[in-house]
Design a binder for this molecule. Structure first.
Ligand code: ADP
Ligand code: MG
Length: 245
């Protein structure tokens, strides 16, 4: 359970998100909607602990304060954020990146663990990779360098399978996906809900919303929560955009 109480976010002392109180429960999908610039990505960054997005108020996960935690500690505590704009990182091979983040997890569970070798790791992730349609050749490329939008998103989904976080923030993860990839994405999100994960997704893709049927819809405007409702709010927004709210 992720709980925000009177959470505000500033960037260089400029208020971006003000006084948000929300609870996100396990096994539920939440959809965050709102005009461009309403503060959705800033809220996601602040929840994950991006140092530029200064958060005040209270933020707890399963009763534990996570506001004082670093990004790394939040990740180990089960938080995961897929960025709206995924950076390309030359010089870092995908296989080694994935293996490193996986080995950190192994060490967290068992401090005496020496981690998994490249050879075994390649075999270990093969089923996850294949389920998501990520070709093996991507493992030997530089991290996200020259990846298409869809290829980047699939690698994000592979990391979710690999790290098994329980609170997953997806910031416009559907952008740049073709119809087949959106179908795969929605199946993946529905699977996460069945596994009891909390999924918070920022999207304006009504096709995706129809397939997933989020448990709650939250509309943000100018850094505040404008409305919070069930799936029927999607219908209202589909017909009148945000003008009727
Ligand atoms: P959304 O994701 O809803 O489109 P954002 O959170 O990206 O909105 O942006 C909210 C506001 O915060 C915008 O006015 C944006 O320009 C500003 N903002 C976001 N990130 C930064 C940043 N790193 N530096 C300066 N301003 C920012
Ligand atoms: Mg955004």
């Amino acid at each position: 359970m992720l709980t925000l109480e009177h959470l505000s976010v500033t960037i260089d002392e400029k208020p971006i998100v003000s006084d948000i109180s929300l609870t996100f429960s396990p096994g539920k999908i939440y959809c965050l909607l709102g005009h461009n610039g309403s503060g959705k990505s800033s809220l996601a960054f602040a929840l994950m602990g991006h140092p530029r997005y200064q958060a005040s108020g209270f933020l707890t996960k399963d009763g534990k304060d996570i506001l004082s935690m670093s990004v790394n500690e939040r990740a180990l505590a089960g938080m995961f954020l897929s960025f709206q704009n995924i950076p390309e990182i030359p010089g870092v091979r995908v296989l080694e990146y994935l293996r490193t983040i996986y080995n950190i997890r192994l060490k967290q569970k068992d401090p005496s663990s020496k981690g998994i070798s490249s050879f075994l790791f390649r075999r270990y992730i093969a089923p996850m990779r294949e389920a998501l349609g990520v070709d093996e050749k991507f493992l030997d490329r530089d991290l996200y360098v020259g990846f298409s939008g869809g290829e980047k998103r699939k690698l994000e989904l592979l990391q979710i399978r690999l790290l098994d976080p329980d609170c997953i923030l997806l910031d416009e993860i559907d952008s740049g996906l073709d119809i087949g990839a959106v179908k795969l994405l929605s199946e993946e999100i529905i699977r996460l809900r069945k596994e009891g994960k909390t999924v918070i997704m920022i999207t304006h893709n009504f096709h995706l919303l129809d397939t997933i049927e989020p448990d709650a819809v939250i509309v943000m405007s100018a850094g505040k929560i404008l409305r919070e409702w069930g799936h029927d709010l999607v219908e209202q927004i589909r017909s009148n955009w945000f003008d009727s709210l």
